[in-house]
Design a protein around this ligand. Structure first.
Ligand SMILES: Cc1cc2nc3c(=O)[nH]c(=O)nc-3n(C[C@H](O)[C@H](O)[C@H](O)COP(=O)(O)OP(=O)(O)OC[C@H]3O[C@@H](n4cnc5c(N)ncnc54)[C@H](O)[C@@H]3O)c2cc1C
Ligand code: SF4
Length: 358
């Protein structure tokens, strides 16, 4: 079945960036078609029990935003949607979207829009590319995102965390920062959220397990700039988390349940040897550039979609009428994503209503 739909703006991706852009566009009086690949909205935020900098639960905020978008009559949401083809130009884009209806029959939508906002987010760096960290080989090595997904309910319900390999007691946890980030071989840039995420997760571990658990953060620098971020850093230090200024070059499995980490601590000039029940790798944020060819979008040096101006306009792309929102443009925190998406919506609405830009 093929149906034709007329709207003002197509927003691709229904994470926090796409939801916020759709909401803002509707508030500005525009009609929006929101296409999300997964069967659900919310993107990565669905995985998080708590979010930095204040370690609050994002559930209520996300729930309200999704509710707004679903109920708003200016916004049409299509989940399980794949963008197949994009033709035309500003004020005359024609987009083919494939989805399935409630009886799982394929539906093709021929969508006519004036502008497109790309809010397709990021992918997580594949830590398996660095075999020295045994990711995917040892069950007690997780990424920061795995940690969120595995322990979301425990953290929300204040239940003790467990060792993934045998559900045994967790007595020692080591966080390793900058995995795949700030590295010429992988992702050159800083991931922007790894330090803060480790501080958040380490703090939560100490809140739940107190002195019964040793928690270490191996770092190069701690990047925690911002209004409340320094407070998170201070709070985490005071909670008893141990900070080691140095990154291990490898980790070694000791058994199915434990690993050994040797790391030279530059602040004490000592070589430390730690036995860990769990190692958490705070990995790079990698670009998700699925739509590069369909929209002829150029990429920046970091591999993310390229904006027209890194200082003054990070939402417009060199293709007129195509905008970026959130982490599709580069790593961002939630608050930065929300601001960026609002700006993308505003710029798209301004361009559409401008009479001189036909
Ligand atoms: C381990 C970890 C912990 C974090 N913790 C925090 C925290 O505590 N506080 C904080 O401020 N930030 C945190 N962040 C950052 C946070 O994840 C991002 O700021 C936020 O998720 C960005 O939202 P987004 O909508 O840009 O991207 P995403 O959340 O990635 O959403 C993108 C959406 O687009 C969809 N999509 C992708 N491709 C397509 C396509 N081709 N067609 C249709 N749909 C598509 C995806 O399915 C998804 O729903 C963390 C990040 C990591 C890695
Ligand atoms: S935010 Fe922290 S963990 Fe991530 S790359 Fe930057 S310094 Fe490393």
């Amino acid at each position: 079945m093929t149906k034709t739909v007329f709207s003002d703006v197509l927003v691709i991706g229904g994470g926090i960036a796409g939801l916020q852009a759709a909401k803002k566009l509707s508030e500005l009086g525009l009609k929006v078609f929101l296409a999300e690949r997964e069967p659900f909205l919310g993107g990565k935020l669905n995985s998080f029990a708590k979010v930095f900098p204040d370690n609050s639960s994002p559930g209520k905020f996300l729930g309200e935003l999704i509710d707004f978008v679903i109920k708003d009559e200016n916004i049409q949401v299509q989940t399980k949607a794949e963008v197949k083809e994009v033709n035309g130009k500003f004020k005359g884009f024609s987009v083919k979207i494939e989805s399935t209806d409630s009886s799982k029959k394929p539906v093709e939508t021929d969508l006519k829009v004036s502008a497109v906002i790309i809010a397709t987010g990021y992918r997580l760096f594949d830590a398996g590319k660095m075999p020295q960290f045994y990711y995917g080989k040892h069950r007690n090595v997780l990424t920061g995102l795995d940690f969120e997904e595995m322990f979301k309910d425990n953290i929300l319900n204040q239940k003790p965390l467990f060792r993934p390999s045998d559900k045994g007691k967790l007595a020692s946890v080591v966080f390793i920062l900058c995995v795949g980030s700030r590295d010429e071989k992988y992702q050159v840039n800083c991931c922007r959220v790894g330090c803060l995420n480790a501080l958040k997760q380490a703090y939560e571990l100490k809140q739940l397990h107190g002195e019964e658990m040793d928690v270490y953060i191996c770092y190069n620098d701690i990047r925690a700039a911002g209004k409340e971020e320094e407070e998170l850093y201070r709070r985490t230090r005071e909670s008893g988390v141990l900070f080691i200024k140095g990154l291990p070059s490898e980790i070694k499995p000791l058994s199915e349940n434990q690993l050994n980490i040797e790391v030279f601590d530059l602040s004490t000039y000592k070589l430390l040897s730690i036995t860990a029940d769990l190692v958490v790798l705070e990995t790079a944020l990698s670009p998700n550039t699925d739509l590069k060819d369909k929209l002829n979008l150029p990429l920046g040096k970091d591999g993310f979609y390229r904006e027209v101006d890194i200082k003054f306009n990070t939402v417009e792309t060199p293709i007129k009428g195509v905008f970026l929102a959130g982490t599709s443009q580069g790593p961002k925190t939630i608050s930065e994503t929300i601001e960026h998406a609002s700006f993308a919506a505003l710029e798209a609405a301004t361009l559409i209503s401008s009479k001189t830009n036909l």
